[in-house]
Design a protein around this ligand. Structure first.
Ligand code: NAD
Length: 333
């Protein structure tokens, strides 16, 4: 609750300082999650928020946008998972100063609307990377072993693993691939320091074409941006070696779905596995049977560890921002 006495009515500087501190200390942080965090994560978030002297509010398993609009009305900070923070939500949140997406991708937040109001948007990079990387490797083995059905499979050891984008997830996939005896190559035009690749024993290639041409397994880790949307399709798939598999734990938007259908039709040896079901998944399943697979629901970050890590990081980042102005993880600069 805001005190009703206005600051200039306070007599001394000290009284004014106390007044402002009391304002800061009443800040309200909302965790709004259609798909809730694990209890352990919520308990940890509460501890961080309350130790900082703030108030925690919870809106879990909400079923209608109107519930979110109502809940954000008086909050200063918002923690979300895959929840959509649209311009309408931002307009309804009159006191909002910061939104933290507990996770890597932040395409569920209207950045322009937030920036227009001077609201800081952050993600929690790296907190769920290991979970996603483990799934990517598991997907490679699953496809190599005929989706765990009878028949002779193949091994991933000795095969070439291509990493498309060497960020937090890509790096871990690369290191784990090396540990499993794979030859690892990577492409990321935004990492100019060769040492980043050398440190992991990974070969950096200069072009995306070179990457796909070399890769028995291609693990996708590019973000969905205007530049990358629909960029992975027919030509790249057709250039891959015999028996190659495309592994997508990034976003479905980066795929040119018609191009994938065309390539899988023309090349009966190619396979596609994804953690984000394609818009045309039913068509893919029907046409290509065991050569394609989509997880029932995006599950890359769905581990207890990732859930807790991302939730706690979100709470700590909010406290650090509100108390110290730290914007290290801001994505709408
Ligand atoms: P990150 O930000 O750490 O790394 C992204 C990398 O992509 C950076 O190194 C950047 O230089 C590179 N990049 C950007 N544009 C590129 C381009 N056009 N070509 C090549 N490289 C480019 O992100 P991350 O944590 O590694 O996550 C990667 C993606 O994985 C996220 O954007 C998200 O879409 C997805 N993700 C999915 C799940 C899941 O549950 N399946 C969970 C976490 C992340």
């Amino acid at each position: 609750m805001c005190p009703t006495i206005v600051p200039f009515m306070r007599e001394t500087k000290k009284e004014q300082d106390i007044y402002f501190t009391s304002l800061i200390d009443t800040m309200k942080i909302l965790v709004a999650t259609e798909k809730p965090f694990a209890k352990k994560a919520v308990d940890g978030i509460r501890e961080i928020v309350e130790n900082a002297g703030y108030e925690l509010a919870l809106l879990e398993k909400y079923t209608d946008k109107s519930q979110l609009l109502e809940a954000v009305a008086d909050v200063d900070a918002l923690i979300i998972r895959s929840d959509k923070v649209t311009a309408e939500v931002i307009a309804a949140a009159k006191n909002l100063k910061i939104v933290v997406r507990a996770g890597a991708g932040y395409d569920n937040v209207d950045l322009a609307a937030a920036s227009a109001r001077g609201i800081v948007v952050m993600n929690t990079p790296g907190q769920n990377s290991n979970a996603v990387a483990e799934l990517a490797l598991a997907m490679m083995i699953y496809m190599s072993r005929n989706r765990f059905t009878p028949g002779t499979g193949s091994e991933i050891q000795g095969k070439t693993l291509g990493i498309h984008a060497y960020g937090n997830v890509g790096k871990l996939v690369g290191r784990k691939g090396k540990a499993l005896g794979m030859n690892v190559v990577a492409y990321d035009p935004f990492i100019t320091d060769e040492a980043v690749f050398e440190a992991d024993g990974v070969k950096k290639v200069a072009t995306v074409e070179e990457l796909y041409k070399a890769s028995d397994f291609l693990s996708l880790h590019i973000p969905a941006t205007e530049q990358t949307k629909g960029s992975i399709g027919y030509d790249l798939l057709m250039s891959m070696p015999k028996g190659a598999t495309l592994v997508n734990t990034a976003r479905k938007e980066v795929i040119d779905e018609a191009g994938v259908v065309r390539a899988l039709t023309e090349r009966e040896d190619l396979k596609y596995i994804t953690d984000i079901a394609a818009g045309n998944q039913a068509e893919l399943d029907e046409k290509f049977g065991k050569r394609v697979f989509a997880t029932a629901k995006k599950m890359g970050a769905e581990t207890a560890e990732a859930n807790i890590n991302a939730g706690l990081a979100a709470a700590s980042q909010i406290v650090d921002f509100l108390k110290n102005g730290n914007t290290k993880f801001q994505v709408n600069k």
